[in-house]
Write a protein that binds this ligand. Sequence first.
Ligand code: AMP
Length: 499
Amino acid sequence: MRAVAYERPIVTNTTFESLGLNPALLSALTQKGYTTPTPIQAKAIPDVMAGKDLLGIAQTGTGKTAAFALPILHRLAANRIAPTPRTTRCLILSPTRELATQIGEMFKIYGAGLGMRVAVVFGGVKYGAQERAIHQGLDVLVAAPGRLLDHIQQKTLDLSSTEIFVLDEADQMLDLGFIKPIRQIVSRLPARRQNLFFSATMPGEIGKLAGDLLKDPVKVQVTPQATTVERIKQSVIVIEAAKKRALLTELFSDPAFTRCLVFTKTKHGADKVAAYLEAGGVEAGAIHGNKSQPQRERALQAFKDGKLRVLVATDIAARGIDVDKVTHVVNFELPFVPEAYVHRIGRTARAGKDGTAISFVAPDEMKLLRDIEKVTRQKIPSWDRRNDKQLAQLDASILAAGVARKATLPGGEDERPQRGPRRGGRHGDKPEGARGQPHRRRRGNKPAGAAPERPAFDPMARERQPMAPKAETGDGAQLRRRKRRRPSNGGKGYAKAEG
Ligand code: AMP
């Protein structure tokens, strides 16, 4: 696989008008500010409009959603029929709720002038509203496989008259174990239908699924030659696992980290990292599969609005997230699959912007790093921060800051999930060296692309203040003021409010 950065401004000489799209779609595109189609759009739209099956090999960020949404809406509008109750004319399967929501939004935006009935269904939310929407009959239904099967089994949905079927992010479906549900869903579709199949990669099982589903498909592959990760400044910091969290907080003393995605391997890890960052004074939220849908949406919105500087995510939750101006991607842990590295870092340097990707690599992750370097055909510059005593000190001070903040909460009780590990919970238990010395970042050890250091966050300064949990002075007042300034979730950071 080539290393790919997803970028938007790569457009073609074609115009949307020349593709013969419905005028209502053209005006929606003008309103959205799209002037020219991306390569996948220019290649796919005419064939999909003509009713052909399509195999699209492309990632998120290439404009693939519009590549299928526009011609589908065009076709549905060209043959206008009122959908019968409990049916949908077009079904789109998406692996995650976030992606399903985004696809649904795109259909609503592009189809605004066409009066289409569009609905999105996924798990983790109540059935009622979904059932009502389906009951009316739909033009377009975007769904995650699990919940869709529930609707089929409960006979609230009948797919026997579906005209167009789209399988998006098929390789991710495979990773998430959705192949069997997909086959079950497909068995409910009528034999005569149009099929569109999208996947970033084509592992064997996906190739087989595509072969079973598609009839004489047109193949469109977005060759990412010119869109390599060149614009993403990549670096690796070799570090002991236990010091990663302090290193992460240290990075955030650099104000250039304005909007940062941090990737962890596990959901629990994402929560822990977000909580630790919060304890260190960095506004952070977590997004992963254990969060409810409203929690995920809130965190994502806060990140988009700039209320959260950091969103800590697992690969699956981050999939399909389309957030502009992500300045940095940090791999807190490396992914097991090298391709996921490319997916992750492609969240930055979008829309023609530069971006930075920093990977924290513990000694036992070296093999994963080598695999990534092999797949992306590059050697990533690395810095060794093992045996860095400053980080151990910083870690101790943040743990202490977390405890201090807990002590200053109204009522003295913190019902929220643990913010940062509570090792050595009382001050007397803190590791040696936790007090006294202001933290200084070591020069020469900065990752490539990091801006000059600025004293944005000095946890030791907090440490040097006398501890007075009940008093409106010193840390107590400062922390209360910080809490009052927080967004509307009762002063609790998103990670915590969601827990
Ligand atoms: P997608 O690959 O569908 O996730 O799209 C990636 C991003 O590109 C989304 O933010 C779209 O809104 C945007 N986009 C799609 N098509 C175009 C286009 N022709 N011109 C500019 N932006 C586009």
